[in-house]
Design a protein around this ligand. Sequence first.
Ligand SMILES: Nc1ncnc2c1ncn2[C@@H]1O[C@H](COP(=O)(O)OP(=O)(O)O)[C@@H](O)[C@H]1O
Ligand SMILES: [Mg+2]
Length: 224
Amino acid sequence: MNDRPAPAWFVAGTDTEIGKTLVACALLHKLRTRFTRVVGAKPVAAGLEANGINADVTRLRAASNLQVPAELDNPYALREPVSPHLAARAEGRVIDLHRIANAVAQLRLLAEAVVVEGVGGLLVPLSDTADGGDLARLLRLPVVLVVGLKLGCLNHALLTQEAIASRGLHFAGWVGNSIDPAMLRADDNLTTLRSRLRAPCLGVIAHMTAPDAAQAAHRLDLPT
Ligand SMILES: Nc1ncnc2c1ncn2[C@@H]1O[C@H](COP(=O)(O)OP(=O)(O)O)[C@@H](O)[C@H]1O
Ligand SMILES: [Mg+2]
């Protein structure tokens, strides 16, 4: 148990399926070189594997060197792989941001560093009234934005930057993730992102035939 909350980051993405889990796991690998108690969390996950566990949660646990009960690292494991507010509604549940904040606060006392993966894009609805940006604001965590490098990513990244700013969140850095090997003018897009995003680039991850978080970690700097 720490006396003070450990550093923690909120990993947001320009979209779903653009590399948030890969980057969150890479950050965990990087943090493990410094700390013996590092944990990843996915407070809201929609879609479960045959074992009843969400695939992202399994990947984050594999990248963590501290294992915690599911109520701490994945308080909401929803069955349907749809927007969380719809998945929760289908089960007659309501996602309570305060329950998530309590879980993250406990993780920050148990671990030396915590990486929280958001769900979908930043403003994905979590309930009838709240979205992912509200969650990041309640958690008061610096945001690491994963930009999935593909056509359209400049607009998505800039819109997300606006949302980060309008919620009063700290934009700690961004990561370019080459999810589309056929992307045209990828370097020019990166130059544009570097000039227009008002946070440091923490790294650019190349497209990998067999995506591997430990390998991706070599391409990343930790946010300060
Ligand atoms: N740099 C990369 N190279 C190749 N495949 C990638 C890369 N980044 C992510 N992927 C693949 O894209 C998919 C989505 O990545 P993931 O990290 O799960 O995204 P998210 O958490 O944003 O939904 C996964 O199948 C992952 O293996
Ligand atoms: Mg994910």
